[in-house]
Write a protein that binds this ligand. Sequence first.
Ligand SMILES: [Mg+2]
Length: 166
Amino acid sequence: MIVNMQQPRDGNYLLIVDIDGTINEMGQKFDHARVRDIPPMEAAKEVLRAFLKRGSTIVYLTGRNEVEYKNETLDWLARHGFPGGEAVVFYSKKYGAWTWKSYISFKLSEIAKLERDNENQEILILDDNDSILRAAVKEGRKGFKIRSPRDWHELKARFINQASLF
Ligand SMILES: [Mg+2]
Protein backbone atom coordinates (compact mmCIF):
# COMPACT_ATOMS: atom_id res chain seq x y z
CA MET A 1 0.00 0.00 0.00
CA ILE A 2 1.17 3.47 -0.81
CA VAL A 3 0.12 6.24 1.50
CA ASN A 4 0.58 9.86 0.63
CA MET A 5 -0.84 12.47 2.93
CA GLN A 6 0.14 15.44 0.78
CA GLN A 7 -2.57 17.68 -0.49
CA PRO A 8 -3.15 17.45 -4.22
CA ARG A 9 -1.44 20.13 -6.25
CA ASP A 10 -0.60 20.62 -9.88
CA GLY A 11 1.96 18.17 -11.15
CA ASN A 12 1.40 15.77 -8.28
CA TYR A 13 -0.21 12.60 -9.54
CA LEU A 14 -0.35 8.95 -8.74
CA LEU A 15 0.84 7.62 -12.08
CA ILE A 16 -0.39 4.12 -12.85
CA VAL A 17 1.93 2.98 -15.59
CA ASP A 18 1.58 -0.05 -17.85
CA ILE A 19 4.77 -1.81 -18.94
CA ASP A 20 4.44 -3.65 -22.26
CA GLY A 21 3.90 -1.35 -25.21
CA THR A 22 3.94 1.70 -22.90
CA ILE A 23 7.44 1.97 -21.44
CA ASN A 24 9.09 -0.60 -23.70
CA GLU A 25 9.09 -1.47 -27.39
CA MET A 26 6.94 -4.62 -27.09
CA GLY A 27 4.24 -3.11 -29.28
CA GLN A 28 0.76 -4.58 -29.26
CA LYS A 29 1.69 -8.25 -29.25
CA PHE A 30 3.29 -9.74 -26.15
CA ASP A 31 6.24 -11.97 -26.98
CA HIS A 32 7.63 -14.09 -24.14
CA ALA A 33 10.97 -14.52 -25.91
CA ARG A 34 11.62 -10.77 -25.94
CA VAL A 35 10.90 -10.05 -22.27
CA ARG A 36 14.47 -10.16 -20.98
CA ASP A 37 16.02 -7.94 -23.62
CA ILE A 38 13.15 -5.74 -24.68
CA PRO A 39 14.41 -2.21 -25.38
CA PRO A 40 12.97 0.51 -23.11
CA MET A 41 11.51 3.74 -24.44
CA GLU A 42 14.09 6.27 -23.33
CA ALA A 43 11.51 9.05 -23.38
CA ALA A 44 9.46 7.14 -20.80
CA LYS A 45 12.28 7.28 -18.27
CA GLU A 46 12.88 10.94 -18.82
CA VAL A 47 9.23 11.92 -18.46
CA LEU A 48 8.62 9.66 -15.45
CA ARG A 49 11.63 11.18 -13.69
CA ALA A 50 10.24 14.65 -14.37
CA PHE A 51 6.90 13.67 -12.79
CA LEU A 52 8.68 12.19 -9.80
CA LYS A 53 10.68 15.39 -9.31
CA ARG A 54 7.43 17.33 -9.08
CA GLY A 55 6.09 15.14 -6.30
CA SER A 56 4.24 12.44 -8.22
CA THR A 57 4.26 8.78 -7.24
CA ILE A 58 4.66 5.94 -9.73
CA VAL A 59 3.14 2.48 -9.59
CA TYR A 60 3.63 0.05 -12.45
CA LEU A 61 0.59 -2.07 -13.20
CA THR A 62 1.23 -4.94 -15.56
CA GLY A 63 -0.71 -7.89 -16.92
CA ARG A 64 2.47 -9.93 -16.71
CA ASN A 65 2.00 -12.93 -14.50
CA GLU A 66 3.62 -12.58 -11.08
CA VAL A 67 4.96 -16.12 -10.83
CA GLU A 68 6.50 -16.20 -14.26
CA TYR A 69 7.74 -12.65 -14.73
CA LYS A 70 8.26 -10.93 -11.38
CA ASN A 71 12.03 -11.29 -11.05
CA GLU A 72 12.79 -10.59 -14.67
CA THR A 73 10.58 -7.51 -14.69
CA LEU A 74 12.02 -6.00 -11.50
CA ASP A 75 15.50 -6.70 -12.81
CA TRP A 76 14.70 -5.05 -16.15
CA LEU A 77 13.24 -1.92 -14.51
CA ALA A 78 16.29 -1.55 -12.27
CA ARG A 79 18.76 -2.33 -15.04
CA HIS A 80 17.30 0.38 -17.25
CA GLY A 81 16.98 2.92 -14.46
CA PHE A 82 13.21 3.28 -14.39
CA PRO A 83 12.13 5.40 -11.42
CA GLY A 84 9.74 4.10 -8.80
CA GLY A 85 10.39 0.50 -9.81
CA GLU A 86 9.92 -0.73 -6.26
CA ALA A 87 6.13 -0.54 -6.65
CA VAL A 88 4.97 -3.03 -9.27
CA VAL A 89 1.61 -4.77 -9.32
CA PHE A 90 1.49 -8.02 -11.33
CA TYR A 91 -1.35 -10.14 -12.59
CA SER A 92 -1.93 -12.76 -9.93
CA LYS A 93 -3.77 -16.03 -9.98
CA LYS A 94 -6.60 -14.71 -7.84
CA TYR A 95 -7.93 -13.21 -11.09
CA GLY A 96 -8.08 -16.67 -12.65
CA ALA A 97 -6.47 -17.89 -15.86
CA TRP A 98 -5.24 -15.04 -18.05
CA THR A 99 -7.75 -13.93 -20.68
CA TRP A 100 -8.38 -10.47 -22.13
CA LYS A 101 -11.48 -10.25 -20.01
CA SER A 102 -9.74 -11.20 -16.77
CA TYR A 103 -6.85 -8.90 -17.68
CA ILE A 104 -9.16 -5.91 -17.99
CA SER A 105 -10.98 -6.73 -14.80
CA PHE A 106 -7.62 -7.17 -13.01
CA LYS A 107 -6.47 -3.75 -14.16
CA LEU A 108 -9.67 -1.96 -13.27
CA SER A 109 -9.94 -3.46 -9.82
CA GLU A 110 -6.28 -2.75 -9.03
CA ILE A 111 -6.74 0.84 -10.23
CA ALA A 112 -9.77 1.20 -7.95
CA LYS A 113 -7.76 -0.20 -5.04
CA LEU A 114 -4.87 2.22 -5.66
CA GLU A 115 -7.36 5.05 -5.83
CA ARG A 116 -8.88 4.12 -2.47
CA ASP A 117 -5.44 3.85 -0.84
CA ASN A 118 -4.28 7.21 -2.23
CA GLU A 119 -7.32 9.38 -2.02
CA ASN A 120 -5.42 12.66 -1.80
CA GLN A 121 -3.67 12.15 -5.11
CA GLU A 122 -5.10 12.53 -8.54
CA ILE A 123 -4.81 9.37 -10.63
CA LEU A 124 -3.26 9.47 -14.08
CA ILE A 125 -3.35 6.21 -16.01
CA LEU A 126 -0.73 5.63 -18.71
CA ASP A 127 -1.45 2.66 -20.93
CA ASP A 128 -1.30 1.55 -24.55
CA ASN A 129 -4.58 -0.34 -24.34
CA ASP A 130 -7.76 1.36 -25.53
CA SER A 131 -10.17 -0.80 -23.53
CA ILE A 132 -8.38 -0.14 -20.26
CA LEU A 133 -8.25 3.59 -20.88
CA ARG A 134 -11.84 3.86 -22.02
CA ALA A 135 -13.13 1.97 -18.99
CA ALA A 136 -10.95 3.92 -16.55
CA VAL A 137 -11.78 7.29 -18.02
CA LYS A 138 -15.48 6.50 -18.06
CA GLU A 139 -15.26 6.16 -14.29
CA GLY A 140 -13.96 9.72 -14.09
CA ARG A 141 -10.22 9.23 -14.03
CA LYS A 142 -7.55 10.85 -16.15
CA GLY A 143 -5.85 8.61 -18.68
CA PHE A 144 -3.38 9.08 -21.48
CA LYS A 145 -2.68 6.64 -24.28
CA ILE A 146 0.98 5.95 -24.91
CA ARG A 147 2.41 3.81 -27.66
CA SER A 148 5.52 5.69 -28.74
CA PRO A 149 8.23 8.09 -27.54
CA ARG A 150 6.30 10.88 -29.25
CA ASP A 151 3.34 10.20 -26.95
CA TRP A 152 5.61 10.53 -23.93
CA HIS A 153 6.74 13.93 -25.12
CA GLU A 154 3.18 15.00 -25.66
CA LEU A 155 2.28 13.85 -22.15
CA LYS A 156 5.11 15.93 -20.76
CA ALA A 157 3.96 18.98 -22.66
CA ARG A 158 0.41 18.59 -21.40
CA PHE A 159 0.87 17.62 -17.79
CA ILE A 160 4.30 18.79 -16.70
CA ASN A 161 5.07 21.92 -18.62
CA GLN A 162 1.66 23.32 -17.73
CA ALA A 163 2.05 22.53 -14.06
CA SER A 164 5.48 24.12 -13.95
CA LEU A 165 3.91 27.49 -14.77
CA PHE A 166 2.57 27.64 -11.21
MG1 LIG B 1 0.37 -2.76 -22.52
